[in-house]
Design a protein around this ligand. Structure first.
Ligand code: AMP
Length: 169
């Protein structure tokens, strides 16, 4: 399956100047999601949890956790999660935002794969990694469907990898 043919380029979304890489046609293909999960799981390091980023990261992260036989933890936009929270600020390709995770959800020393649909500048994934580290977890790697290599997002990730991406632009 050629993912490039099923990823739609949407110019000027959600803001002028952004070329949005839309994975919805790939997800709409009957074998799209299963092929994404097969290809990501084939390259993933063993982990205790998939930590997925709201909201398109959830679409990929939950079935990936199922396939890997590990736990699933959502990282969400502010005011969505109940209980005691850890919060970080981050810069998006098209704005400023915050991410939150439940403070007590991750056992100390747990090994984590961070998952999202797209890595652009890397700010979102780096923020998720900071949340995991704050919670006492260890980031063992990152998984994305799409990597926008010109933005060099992977160079902003700490710890740096492995960084798995299925399609590069
Ligand atoms: P960044 O923090 O710059 O790596 O941005 C990654 C987050 O923003 C991901 O959650 C993506 O869903 C979204 N995103 C940023 N840029 C794009 C883009 N050009 N196309 C699709 N999604 C994007």
């Amino acid at each position: 399956m050629d993912f490039r043919q099923l990823i739609r380029d949407v110019p000027d979304f959600p803001k002028p100047g952004i070329l949005f890489r839309d994975i919805m046609p790939l997800l709409a293909h009957p074998q799209g999601l299963s092929t994404i999960i097969q290809r990501l799981s084939a390259q993933c390091p063993p982990v205790d949890y998939v930590v997925a980023i709201e909201s398109r990261g959830f679409i990929i992260g939950a079935p990936l956790a199922l396939r890997l036989g590990c736990g699933f933890i959502p990282v969400r936009k502010p005011k969505k999660l109940p209980g005691q929270l850890i919060r970080v600020e981050y810069t998006l390709e098209y704005g400023q935002d915050s991410l939150e995770m439940q403070a007590d959800i991750l056992p100390p020393g747990a090994e984590v794969l961070i998952v999202d649909d797209v890595i652009a500048t890397g700010g979102t994934a780096a923020a998720a990694a900071r949340l995991v580290e704050k919670a006492g977890g260890k980031v063992k790697g990152y998984g994305f469907v799409v990597e926008l290599t010109t933005l060099q997002g992977r160079s902003h990730l700490n710890p740096p990898g492995p960084v798995i991406s299925l399609v590069q632009y």
